[in-house]
Ligand binder design. Structure first.
Ligand SMILES: [Zn+2]
Length: 572
């Protein structure tokens, strides 16, 4: 535990870094001297803007905090705290500051807030009787000056290591913008690294080296550090993608690129740029990346062409959406350039010759009775199970693999991306009311592990709205959650304890709610989902008695409830 006290409240962070000019000239004019550093330690990054993550782009910078918590987090510029959110997952404890110049900065995974913000939010938590809370203070409530300490850095928000997540957003559109555009300079003398190249045949009669399937292509490193792929023969409509990362100085983390360009015979065909990211487009990352390959192999290929369903706006105007049409006997010099924000590049050159050879390798399409026309609503039922897909759930037409065997349901494959939730419904008329009460819909992952899917129960059906494809089943949770005293024993004197800690866990459906009281009054217990600990801070409330009755009630996702009563003694 790295609990530091906030002594320097309202005092300016001692060491605000002066940011220099950004090293790349930008078309958009972002102020480069307005925002200061959100931390008073040298900035070393674990993650960059628009870095590719599972199902989303990383919306800001992840700033390393030396594997520790408790560094001062400072207001990057003056303004007011416009939003505070505390949640078990996501950004954990997070502060949003709105600035008068039209931007909002975001500070996530905080350990705790500065005293006056902490007091403000605790008042809300006690009023709502909830640890998870979200408030939108007005402009006059929590004003901040540039450099004010607003919080201590932490690791809240689920299973993550200590770091500060920092974002800059356009206040009116809520689009996130690459913080590097605002003059934040992180030393980067290393060039990006391309680690994989894949060629794609993009219609039924196109081919690369006689194959009509995605093809991993080999390459070698040249003396100047760039890469040269083996010559390929191809015909028809094809495209390319690469796996690449960028390393900054002073850290070994593999971060995202700033841009990825594709040139054909010297002409720029395609460019992806990590400048501005609208949250509404987040899901299209599953079309930018070769989703199937990533799910199967972990290799994250970024495609240099734009498929018809891909509405991502992070591309510059392209020629033919980045597709190449290879004609017989013609030669093409294809270059892909990976670039970081400092302008370092690595280029891979792919020599292509047009050759109308016969196609020898094809992906076998398996037809099923369940044809998905992706632009329409599709619904199928089998043995008491119904799947209903709203239009545009999928990105293309396909034959759905939908099977029901005993109580195990297979809804296609996890390696196919989907854009919206769909509904999975189980007919449960054959079960008794007592059985139904304990049952829930569970998703079964690749390793056979079951996880609770938020189950809605209605008469004789259960349904779940989910974005997962793959296997599902019905399970029963007969056991109430576990509750264990953690840092004290029943009937113990604990006058010197600063906190009260209790461990809660539920093996099957998982914890839904918990409530803690001392002497009949609700107390705030912070829930850390990583350690399963509930923590109460004795500074929160004054109890005048010496004998205290603690009561904790925990309910799991099917409604099994457990209550623990304990007594402890404490002098004021
Ligand atoms: Zn982050």
């Amino acid at each position: 535990m790295f609990v530091k006290k906030l002594i320097l409240l309202f005092i300016l962070c001692s060491n605000i870094l002066a940011f220099g000019q950004a090293s790349i000239t930008m078309q958009n004019t972002y102020p480069t001297d307005y925002f200061g550093s959100p931390l008073d330690i040298p900035l070393v990054l674990a993650g960059t803007f628009a870095e590719l993550r599972p199902n989303h782009f990383h919306a800001g910078l992840d700033i390393k905090t030396q594997q520790r918590e408790g560094f001062n987090v400072c207001a990057s510029a003056g303004g007011y705290v416009s939003r505070i959110k505390i949640s078990h997952w996501g950004y954990g404890k997070v502060i949003y500051i709105t600035h008068p110049n039209g931007y909002t900065t975001v500070y996530g995974h905080l350990q705790k807030f500065s005293d006056h913000i902490e007091a403000y939010i605790k008042k809300q938590q006690y009023k709502n009787e909830s640890f998870e809370v979200q408030v939108y203070p007005s402009a006059s409530e929590l004003p901040v000056k540039k450099g004010d300490i607003i919080a201590l850095s932490g690791s809240t928000g689920g299973f993550i290591g200590p770091h500060l997540h920092f974002e800059i957003r356009d206040t009116s559109t809520e689009k996130t913008i690459n913080p590097f555009h605002f003059g934040i300079v992180i030393k980067d003398s290393k060039r990006p690294t391309i680690t994989g190249l894949v060629g794609y045949s993009l219609d039924s009669d196109s081919q690369i080296n006689q194959a009509n399937i995605p093809l991993q292509l080999s390459f070698k490193k040249l003396a100047n550090g760039d890469l040269l792929a083996d010559k390929i023969n191809a015909s028809g409509k094809i495209g390319f993608g690469v796996n690449a990362y960028d390393q900054l100085d002073n850290a070994s983390n593999q971060n995202g690129l700033y841009s990825l360009e594709l040139l054909v015979n010297g002409e720029k065909f395609h460019e992806f740029k990590a400048s501005v990211l609208p949250f509404t487009e987040d899901k299209y990352i599953n079309l930018l990346v070769d989703y199937e390959r990533f799910e199967k192999t972990g290799q994250r290929i970024q495609k240099c062409f734009i498929e018809p369903s891909n509405k991502l706006s992070m591309y510059s105007p392209s020629v033919n959406k980045g597709y190449l049409t290879i004609e017989d006997k013609k030669s093409y010099n294809v270059e892909i350039i990976a670039k970081d924000f400092s302008g370092n590049t690595q280029k891979i050159t792919i020599p292509v010759t047009g050759k109308n050879d016969p196609v020898l390798v094809r992906k076998v399409l398996v037809e099923t009775p369940y044809k998905i026309n992706f632009t329409q609503f599709n619904q199928f039922s089998k043995d008491g199970i119904t799947v209903a897909f709203p239009k545009n759930t999928f990105y293309e037409d396909l034959w759905l693999d939908f099977e029901v065997k005993d109580s195990l349901v297979k809804v296609h494959y996890p390696n196919v991306p989907i854009h919206h939730n769909y509904t999975l419904t189980f007919d449960v008329a054959k079960y008794t009311d007592a059985e139904k009460k304990q049952m829930y819909i569970a998703a079964i992952n690749k390793n056979g592990r079951a996880s609770y899917e938020s189950t809605v129960k209605k008469d004789s059906i259960f349904y779940a709205s989910t974005k997962k494809l793959g296997k599902f089943t019905l399970l029963a949770d007969k056991d109430a959650p576990n509750i264990q005293l953690h840092n004290f024993k029943n009937n113990q004197w604990i006058t010197n304890h600063e906190t009260l800690k209790v461990k809660i866990f539920d093996y099957k459906s998982g914890i839904n709610t918990y409530r803690a009281e001392i002497n009949g009054q609700w107390i705030l217990m912070e829930y850390d989902v990583e350690t399963n600990l509930l923590t109460y801070d004795f500074k929160d409330k004054i109890f005048t008695d010496t004998k205290h009755e603690l009561k904790i009630t925990v309910t799991d996702n099917v409604g099994n409830t457990n209550t623990l009563n304990a007594t402890f003694f404490r002098k004021i």
